[in-house]
Write a protein that binds this ligand. Structure first.
Ligand SMILES: [Zn+2]
Length: 211
C-alpha cells in the first residue's frame, strides 16, 4: 500500500498531509442526491458523480495501485449513505476477472469493501467469481456493454470445500468503485438470487451520469 502523497490526486496541487484532494477539488466533487436509483433492476447508491476529481480517484485506485484511496472512498460512502441501506447487510465485492486480478494484484472493489467493513462493522463475503473470456469494456459496442459484462458471474465454487456450495448471505450489499450501465451489478444480483439471496442493494463510489 502506498502512502498518499502530499499532492492532490485531482489537480496535483498541494494538499494537506493525509488528504487525497485539495480543498478546491473536494469542493468540485459532484455530490448526488441521497436517494438510491434503479439501474438494470439493481437499487444503486453512490455519493458522487463519476467526473472531475472523483474520476481521478477512481483511476488512482485502479491503475496506480494506491489501495489507500479505497479508504477515502469508503469514508465517503459510510458518511453519506442512508443508514437503512447498510443495516443488516453483508458486503459482497463485485469480482474481477482472474486474469486481470493477476495483472493488477488486487480487486479494487474488494479493497473498498474491506475499508467499508472497517468503518461500518458489516461483514464481507467475497463469494462471487468471474468466468469466461476477459473482454475489456473499452472498445466494446455500447449495445454489447448494455447486454452484459465481460465473462459471466457465478457463486465462487471454492466457498465451502467438501461441503458443496454454502448458501450466500440473505441480505447483500454489492460494492464496486464505479457504475455505468449497472449490467455488471445486475449479473452479480442474478447469480446471488439463483443461489438464494433475497434482498439486494449496491453501493459504488461514483456513478456515471447522463444515461
Ligand atoms: Zn486539487
Amino acid at each position: 500500500m502506498l502512502l498518499a502523497p502530499p499532492l492532490c490526486w485531482g489537480c496535483e496541487g498541494p494538499a494537506r498531509l493525509g488528504e487525497l484532494l485539495c480543498l478546491r477539488c473536494r469542493g468540485r466533487l459532484h455530490r448526488l442526491a441521497p436517494d438510491p436509483i434503479w439501474l438494470c433492476g439493481v437499487r444503486v447508491w453512490a455519493p458522487v458523480a463519476y467526473s472531475g476529481p472523483a474520476r481521478a480517484l477512481v483511476s488512482a485506485l485502479k491503475f496506480r495501485g494506491a489501495v489507500g484511496v479505497a479508504s477515502a472512498m469508503a469514508a465517503q460512502i459510510a458518511a453519506n449513505a442512508p443508514p437503512w441501506l447498510l443495516a443488516g447487510v453483508t458486503l459482497v465485492p463485485v469480482p474481477l476477472h482472474p486474469r486481470r486480478l493477476r495483472s493488477r494484484g488486487y480487486n479494487q472493489a474488494a479493497a473498498i469493501a474491506a475499508a467499508l467493513a472497517d468503518r461500518t462493522g458489516r461483514p464481507v463475503a467475497d463469494c462471487l467469481a468471474r468466468r469466461g473470456p476477459p473482454v475489456t469494456q473499452v472498445g466494446r459496442h455500447r449495445a454489447e456493454r448494455r447486454a452484459g459484462p465481460a465473462g459471466s458471474i457465478e457463486i465462487r465454487a471454492d466457498r465451502s470445500p467438501g461441503h458443496g456450495l454454502a448458501p450466500p448471505p440473505a441480505r447483500v450489499l454489492l460494492v464496486d468503485d464505479v457504475v455505468t450501465t449497472g449490467a455488471t451489478l445486475a449479473a452479480c444480483q442474478n447469480a446471488l438470487r439463483e443461489a438464494g439471496t433475497s434482498e439486494f442493494g449496491a453501493v459504488v463510489f461514483a456513478r456515471t451520469l447522463g444515461r
